[in-house]
Design a binder for this molecule. Structure first.
Ligand code: GCU
Length: 659
């Protein structure tokens, strides 16, 4: 009897013990079987299959499972099929990794309390490479990282291994992420030193069974810095040999190494143009040395320099003339917007403009311009807005998703990336809700047709609870949060009016005359006595002409430009009548105010769900919402009081007075 009681107690306590409430479990809060169940069979054997078995035997409470390698067409990739009867479940895939993904799918369904007695589903990834970009430095700091220091303990490696390396791999595999760039795009040449490569090898070995390939950001001057070559000119034979030898050295250590990510001739980074060569010359030199091993080069299109030319036009001007000149293992990595991860941007006109060169999207999960780790901003709607944007490149329906996933452009390899928000904080991402952005990127990289709502729904149920009272309120908060942030920071297409350097608070008055005018907020909002906004029409910077017909005409005309981008494309008079009949000035005031009201409503909503959430996460989110509410007021007051010095119009009386 005594024993029996202990057993019951253990049964009750064990699952609870597994769920640390500090957020460290992420969405992987699977119930723990008191005894591993041994109900999983497989016709394949590998470390990846071992992981699937372990996960299911420990966490799966349902019927017996068969993990089966089967025949599928080439393009099925790491997809899987799940078929079930009340007694048995079969997971079928072409690869072991497909079986692991299928296993996580089952655990995900179990978390959502779905029924598995009659399943029939098939999944395959939208993109081949689903990659996180870490902007982690070798000294342990993270550029634009807000969740503490880097997870990678370079000084301890290769000898001391943090348990978090495997936890990281597991979390990524559970949502289908299969690749990672370990270091900052502003890359230290030292990353390619022999001692560092040995450390990288250790991480690659840990990640491999979870299906995650390692890639590195490389510094274009590496040959000169590390190899003492005369220069790093891509046409210099000695330089080419250095890269060739380096590739051989890397692949000897890491046979499935993914390839290089390169930021060249941008924001002070070295590149081929230092030697009068083109981006294609630089990218191709690297592509050639990686090709024999199946490696790729992700070459960033984020290039601009201080010049008279509108910054939003520069990537297009630079890369379109090079279309067709890149090797087939080069992919041009393009930020979603043409400026820099702003709360809202028009999409980057380079999408669709390269017809003979592969293109991929770069998103930013880390919230550099979206309140960092303090603001609750769910990013799936932003990611979807880009992916679903119609470029018209091949007629109506040429969405960015279809251009980059191989539907409209034949591609050897498709790829999608995002700058990670992961650090060594216990909860991984600084804000509990920022975990949802990591999750959302993974889910959309796997299936870009998923809706923001579906992803939020899954994530909430897995991470918190499936209680309707909680799910509905919190989902509403998440789904509106991006628009709310746009409203209190940069409504109606305003952009880049952040305080210089840290990009956290407002500084619309910033005018860095002595430094980089293209980093000055005043350059972007152009407010004056007449109105506000950046004129990118044909009579302005003519950025509109970089868009395909008929979008170029839509954006060129103030009447047809969507109002949420009106100040992105037009310099608009203060008394311009908006569609709702308000003047532009009043509209701006009400937008800022509605952002503030939005956050206050989140505070109330969060208070109301208190009974459904553990005390630790409740109070941590509550505190962050306090900061967010205060910041929203700060943004509204700073921007309205500053813009009022130009508009000379009163702030409507029903709006909270600036203090
Ligand atoms: C932004 C960011 C930089 C980063 C750069 C990039 O400008 O502020 O820190 O290096 O983007 O994407 O290369």
């Amino acid at each position: 009897m005594q024993h029996f009681r202990h057993y019951i107690l253990l049964f009750l306590i064990l699952p609870l013990m597994a769920f640390a409430e500090d957020g460290s479990q992420l969405w992987l809060r699977y119930p723990v079987n008191p005894k591993p169940r041994n109900i999983v069979n497989s016709n394949s054997k590998s470390p990846t299959i071992e992981i699937s078995k372990k996960e299911l035997n420990q966490h799966w409470a349902g019927q017996a499972i068969d993990l089966k390698i089967d025949r599928f067409p080439e393009n099925f990739k790491d997809g899987y099929k799940i078929v079930s009867t009340p007694k048995k479940i079969s997971v079928l895939a072409k690869t072991d990794l497909g079986l692991l993904y299928g296993s996580y799918h089952l655990l995900n369904l179990q978390q959502q309390k779905a029924s598995f007695s009659n399943l029939k589903l098939e999944e395959k990834p939208s993109y081949d490479v689903r990659i996180l970009n870490h902007w982690d430095n070798l000294d342990g700091t993270i550029e634009r990282g807000y969740a503490g220091h880097s997870l990678w303990k370079w000084e301890d490696l290769p000898n001391k291994i943090s348990p978090r390396y495997e936890e990281y791999a597991r979390a990524n595999a559970s949502i289908g992420i299969n690749a990672t760039v370990l270091n900052n795009v502003n890359a230290s040449p030292n990353m390619l030193r022999e001692d560092y490569l040995k450390k990288v090898k250790v991480l690659a070995d840990i990640f491999r069974p979870y299906g995650i390939k390692v890639y590195l950001s490389v510094n274009f001057s590496s040959p000169k810095v590390l190899g003492n070559t005369k220069d790093s000119d891509p046409l210099n034979k000695e330089v080419q040999k250095w890269w060739k030898d380096k590739a051989a050295e890397i692949y000897k250590l890491i046979p499935d190494f993914g390839g290089f990510l390169v930021k060249a001739n941008s924001e002070g980074q070295p590149g081929p143009q230092d030697y009068g060569r083109t981006h294609a010359d630089g990218a191709n030199m690297m592509a050639d040395v990686l090709k024999p091993y199946g490696g790729i080069v992700m070459w960033r299109a984020f290039v601009y320099s201080p010049s008279k030319e509108d910054r939003a036009k520069q990537a297009h001007l630079e890369f379109v003339p090079l279309d067709g000149k890149f090797r087939d293992n080069v992919i041009i990595q393009i930020k979603n917007g043409p400026i820099d991860f702003q709360p809202r941007e028009a999409f980057n006109p380079l999408f669709g403009a390269l017809r003979k060169t592969s293109e991929m999207v770069e998103f930013q999960i880390t919230q550099e311009y979206l309140g960092q780790a303090n603001h609750l901003v769910y990013l799936a709607p932003l990611f979807k807005e880009t992916l679903d944007s119609d470029t018209f490149s091949d007629g109506k329906g040429s969405t960015i998703a279809k251009i980059t996933d191989g539907t409209l452009r034949p591609a050897k390899l498709t790829d999608i990336s995002a700058v990670a928000n992961i650090g060594e904080d216990k909860n991984w991402t600084g804000h509990h809700f920022a975990q949802a952005n990591w999750y959302a990127f993974g889910r959309l990289a796997w299936n870009h047709d998923l809706t923001s709502e579906k992803i939020a729904d899954e994530w909430i149920k897995m991470t918190f609870t499936d209680d309707k009272n909680f799910v509905n309120q919190v989902k509403e908060m998440m789904l509106t949060s991006r628009e709310t942030a746009v409203d209190y920071m940069m409504p109606l297409g305003l952009h880049h009016i952040f305080a210089g350097g840290h990009h956290y608070g407002p500084e619309p008055w910033g005018d860095y005359k002595g430094g980089r005018p293209d980093w000055s907020p005043v350059y972007y909002h152009q407010a004056n006595a007449e109105g506000i906004g950046f004129d990118r029409t044909k009579t302005g910077s003519d950025a509109v002409s970089q868009y395909f017909t008929t979008l170029n005409e839509t954006y060129n005309n103030i009447k047809t430009t969507p109002e949420n981008l009106i100040l992105w494309f037009h310099h608009v008079p203060w008394d311009y009548r908006m569609k709702d009949g308000k003047t532009l000035w009043d509209e701006l005031c009400y937008k800022y105010d509605s952002g503030v009201q939005g956050v206050r409503a989140y505070q109330k909503a969060w208070e109301s769900v208190k009974p459904y959430v553990d005390a630790e996460r409740f109070s941590e989110v509550q505190d962050k919402l306090k900061i967010q509410a205060e910041d929203a007021v700060w943004w509204k007051d700073a921007c309205l009081l500053y813009f009022q010095t130009f508009s000379k119009r009163p702030i409507p009386s029903d709006i909270e007075k600036p203090v």
